[in-house]
Design a protein around this ligand. Sequence first.
Ligand SMILES: [Fe+2]
Length: 260
Amino acid sequence: MTSLADTHVHLLAGLDDGPPTMDVAVAMCRMLVTEGARHATALAHQNRNYPYNTADRLRSSAAALAAVLSERKIPLSVYPTGEVMLSNTTLDEWRAGTLMSVGDHKQWLLVEMPHGAFVDVLPLADALRSEGVGLIIAHAERYAELLDDPALTQSWVEAGCLIQVTARAIAEPWAPEFEAALKRWARDGCIHLLGSDGHGIERRRPKMAAGFARLAKWVGRKHATRIAGTWGAAILRGEPVQIPAPRPSGRSWFSRMFGA
Ligand SMILES: [Fe+2]
């Protein structure tokens, strides 16, 4: 069975709108194991709504969760991660050490758009790239400006950004046009990581398996395994990852073979 890596799941009890208690966080971890995951972010929001979520706070909370998982022999490795809302102070905050990188490895920063806005990430991506840090665009399928513009997506990827997509969006796309755009991203090599964006056990549960299975139908099991497992696990562990450049839209070998 493929070991999946959930690169976007809120698991830090009481730190944000994710699990309210350690028991719920642990139940989410058990669910993830059932889903086939062996690696997951111990993630919480870092934005103005959660001013106490410093890197240190996320670090110690993730360590507490890891200790409980180890004690209860739950086979899931967790990695402290911040979901950073982009703002005009993001670069300063990074340099000040208040933002938590993915897995605390200082190689990748998981970022989301400000509420109700879509901003150009290229200036920040360029500034961080010179410091050895890349951006991962969280739940990128939410941003129609990006999803519907293959050239823009390609320019972000060429600037070193990785595209993360929510597993549920692939498993249960909410409109035919949305599904078509996601498929195009997948076949163009513009989906790099999968995340559940799980928040709890009643709603927004940490589901990965159905998205992985559907992705495998779109791009083949081998490539789906890279997206949903191999690349994410490497990034969470702080290992180097070789991700091929995207193909120009409409000219992929999938397109040529299947006329998609
Ligand atoms: Fe999230």
